[in-house]
Design a protein around this ligand. Sequence first.
Ligand code: DON
Length: 302
Amino acid sequence: MEDLLHSIEQKVKPLIGLGKVADYIPALANVDPNQFGIAIYSNNGELYHAGQAYTDFSIQSISKVFSLTLAIKHYGEDMWKRVGREPSGNPFNSLVQLEYEAGVPRNPFINAGALVISDMNQSRFASPHYAMREFIRRLADNPLLNSDKIVASSEYEFRARNASMAYLMKAFGNFENDVEDVLHSYFDNCAMRMNCVDLAKAFSFLANKGYSQLSGEQVLSARETTQVNGLLATSGLYDEAGNFAYRVGLPGKSGVGGGILAIVPNRFSVCVWSPELNKSGNSLAGMAALEALSESIGWSVF
Ligand code: DON
């Protein structure tokens, strides 16, 4: 397996230079674009990696999967009154549907949906970001994980779009807490710094019927796990979810830090990272690497 990962690294590295690092969050624009890492964590507890798999990066929207998991554990089916389960077909930070769909976001992975989920977690925890950080540290089996304060404050400074969505949802009655407080928790979560190995380990429960071998806990039930994987397959890559299903064929979640997490149910979790993004805000080399991986192992959920 490690030979395969090294050959994928060689295959996709020439793509670096064709994308663009995220710069709408100024603190993210400083990252060296010439980086690539990939890590697999199998249900047998085996770890395989290649490239810069131990280099930390900003997990950004991949954090939305942790937030959703925490919310499902507490709210169960009730949460779906406040957020939908349909692909949006729009960019991750789009506002248009919110107005004509009465402040109910299409799914938990677009920014509007993730903000509603953050609002739910805000109602439940005294220190929502610290609850999330503890949860992530436990799942990744890494007590040193932290949020990057410089990235979080840069996101807060340039929060206009996210703040607009949250206030619009508040106007529709779909937001319980103080918007600015929730924005801080959401940005602190997005600004968590992790590497490919941490993320492959932390999300291993999604490949393993909801059970995390690393923390020894049943994080979600087997049924909830298939449901989250279904949402990842239909909405995890926003307006590129169809292209991702076509090219990769796995449940996945991207972040503008250049990470993409993917799940091979009942086998392994994989995280790939390369900072340059395509037009939909998803890692360009990362997509190609996951496509090569699913082709090589001859496996997709479809
Ligand atoms: O709120 C934002 O715009 C960022 N913190 C996260 C966006 C993101 O990662 C979209 N994913 N590709």
